[in-house]
Design a protein around this ligand. Structure first.
Ligand code: 6R9
Length: 646
């Protein structure tokens, strides 16, 4: 690694950060050498109703598979995020809400106010018959009520399942049905970039495929017209009228479920990733404090959507558990123009910004002027998440956005991991653009070759985690077997991440991307299987194969090979129709960028589609297609190459 690619820890960070280089070494060493003591000590950062005496209790082996953390402890997650701050900082700002429309006033909630709003929402849910263990689906825009709803569930022990507001009615219905929730919380409409999203109408459409749905709570956000169905639909503001603003937090076991979040895998439909209460909150809180060197007085902005795990952990649970001021933004980084994010930074004096490489690339493309026209002197730290960050975007973030002052914290993690896993600590870790750097305390990453042999020193391989950590997911909702099958069978005894990585001679990790059939579009996970299933639902489609392709802004785009039923002719209209079809079935993020009408797909003699070849063609890398002699019909490949969609 060339020297100019190393950004040493700035002296003021080394001197003043919570953890310096020696501190990291010591903490990391202790976490692996004596995990029991280390984690029980860390558990003190939470308020327990009953303090745990056991830390991790787990086995990744088939015969005795189980994962439990702090299992004898009792706590309430919302009380940790709200009540315990009241005495000390009840009057300080907990939540700042920045509206889509920049001319509108932001809304601010102190800890005392947020506590009251959450309690009120919790009482409304109780009034609708929601009790501990029930699943509540939340399909909301980025408005404060979304935060109230999430924390209200945590308060009464209901399990929330937040569904991204950009998902279609079909996708929403599948998620409602899968977790058996009878109640959906939504809003009349959402707003993003000046456009309206018909959330309530989408819930109405979803209800047709979700027979178990009996109650819809509707928050009035825009005042747009909606049809209310008398027996089923309830206006939140009506139900909340006169409702008490105190509500006792439900005592929860540390291993009681906190939430389900659906995410894409390499096979089948999205799976409901289950997180529990104690370990998850501990991990959210610890990683937020360590990786971003959180200090009282910071204004923290995680620019994710609460429909993704990043929004769960780093808009809500982590920062609120730490008593931080967290900013929630309703809109888009590029609207009304590409200076919006930096204007928000200035308006609220944001100290720490956490966003995704795809947003940075989109903004970088618009030129530096949108950035340099703003002040940004409040910023002290910048973070990124969601996909590998290309060094060019990293440097732009560092040099232009951060004026060379702010360390870049590239955090590698997954829905399944609950919080950041591999990331620099600003006072401890010299940075290399494009590397997520080093494992956080308690995290034991390994690189394996395809046979499962552990690779030492500088190497590239499959990234696995060799021991459990508190924030680890605990199961796939409704399918206990799928959890073990998906994550613990490829390399027995280890958690398989599905990512590939390289470790350099300094021990730095460089995530190279997914090694499975998951593609990462603008930091959002899409299973190729999901897009394929949506395509083949179309009456003219016989078969489909979907792969990722490089995309300047999105990181990866979606390239779909489609074989039509005989008698159907390819046309541009049909191509448009298929793209629209996938948007409708799953949502806009799943819309293919390219549709390649293919008379045949390359298959092995046993009928397996050779995705390796399809990937190469989509990437335009046709000179090295490898061995095609095992194909049932090698001529198919020539036809695909000749008709590649560019
Ligand atoms: C938090 C989140 C997880 C997948 C993960 C990996 C990719 C996330 C990354 C990164 C390189 C980073 N990923 N952060 N790759 N560097 N800093 O994104 O969760 O939506 O479940 O996606 O995203 O491929 O496996 P999730």
């Amino acid at each position: 690694m060339a020297d100019q690619d190393l950004y040493p820890v700035p002296p003021e960070w080394a001197a003043h950060a919570r953890v310096d280089s020696a501190g990291y070494d010591q903490m990391y060493g202790r976490s692996l050498a004596d995990p029991g003591t280390f984690w029980l000590d860390q558990a003190k950062r939470l308020d327990w109703i009953k303090r745990p005496e056991i830390a991790g209790d787990w086995s990744f082996d088939k015969s005795d598979f189980h994962i439990r953390w702090f299992a004898d402890g009792k706590l309430n997650v919302s009380a940790n995020c709200l009540d315990r701050h009241l005495a000390k900082r009840g009057g300080e700002t907990a939540l700042i809400w920045e509206p889509d429309e920049p001319s509108e006033e932001p809304r601010r909630f102190t800890y005392a106010e947020l506590h009251a709003e959450v309690c009120r929402f919790a009482n409304v849910l109780k009034g609708q018959g929601v009790v501990k263990g029930n699943r509540v689906t939340i399909y909301m825009p980025m408005i404060p009520e979304a935060a109230f709803a999430v924390l209200a569930c945590a308060r009464i022990g209901a399990i929330h399942s937040v569904v991204f507001g950009g998902f279609s009615p079909e996708a929403l219905a599948g998620r409602i049905e899968d977790c058996g929730s009878t109640i959906v919380i939504t809003a009349d409409e959402g707003r993003r970039g000046g456009k309206r999203v018909p959330l309530k109408a989408n819930v109405d459409a979803a209800a047709a495929h979700a027979p178990g749905l009996t109650t819809v709570i509707v928050v009035k956000a825009t005042g747009g017209a909606v049809t209310m169905q008398a027996e089923r639909d309830v206006w939140y503001h009506e139900a909340a009228e006169g409702v008490a603003t105190t509500c006792p937090p439900e005592p929860m076991g540390a291993e009681d479920p906190l939430f389900i979040l659906y995410t894409s895998g390499s096979t089948g439909q999205p799976k409901g990733v289950l997180h529990t209460s104690g370990g998850y909150l501990l991990w959210a809180s610890l990683t937020h404090e360590l990786t971003f060197d959180y200090r009282p007085g910071d204004v923290w902005w995680c620019a994710a959507d609460i429909g993704w795990v990043t929004g769960h952990t780093y808009i809500l649970y982590g920062p609120l558990a730490n008593g931080a001021t967290t900013l929630m933004f309703e809109g888009l980084p590029t609207w009304p123009d590409a200076s919006r994010m930096w204007q928000i930074v200035d308006r609220h004096k944001v100290t720490t910004l956490y966003t995704a490489p795809t947003a940075l690339r989109a903004l970088m493309k618009e030129g530096d002027g949108f950035v340099t026209a703003t002040d940004r002197s409040s910023l002290k730290l910048l973070g990124t998440v969601g996909e590998p960050i290309n060094p060019e975007a990293w440097r732009w973030y560092h040099d232009v956005v951060g004026q060379g002052r702010c360390p870049i914290i590239d955090t590698w993690w997954q829905t399944e991991t609950g919080g950041a896993m591999i990331a620099p600590l600003p006072g401890a870790t010299a940075l290399k653009p494009g590397s997520a750097t080093m494992p956080l305390p308690g995290i034991d990453p390994q690189l394996l070759d395809p046979e499962g042999v552990v690779l030492n020193g500088a190497a590239s391989g499959n990234l696995v985690i060799a021991r459990s950590w508190p924030g680890q997911m605990r199961g796939v909702w409704g399918d206990s077997d799928r959890f073990f099958q998906t994550y613990f069978t490829t390399y027995p005894g280890k958690y398989t991440t599905g990512d590939g990585a390289r470790r350099d001679e300094d021990g730095y990790y460089w995530i190279t991307g997914r090694v499975d059939d998951v593609i990462n579009v603008s930091g959002h996970r899409m299973g190729t299987a999901e897009v394929e299933s949506a395509l083949v639902l179309h009456p003219h489609v016989a078969e489909a194969a979907v792969v990722g392709m490089p995309h300047d802004i999105k990181g990866q785009g979606i390239y779909a090979y489609v074989t039509l039923n005989s008698g159907q002719d390819p046309s541009d209209d049909l191509r448009k129709e298929l793209v629209g079809w996938v948007r409708k079935e799953i949502g806009p993020i799943a819309a293919p960028d390219k549709v390649h009408f293919a008379p045949g797909l390359p298959k092995t003699r046993s009928g397996k589609i050779m995705r390796r070849i399809l990937r190469k063609i989509a990437e335009g890398d046709v000179s090295s297609l490898g061995d095609t002699s095992t194909l049932a019909d090698p001529a198919v490949v020539d036809d695909l190459v000749a008709n590649r969609v560019v």
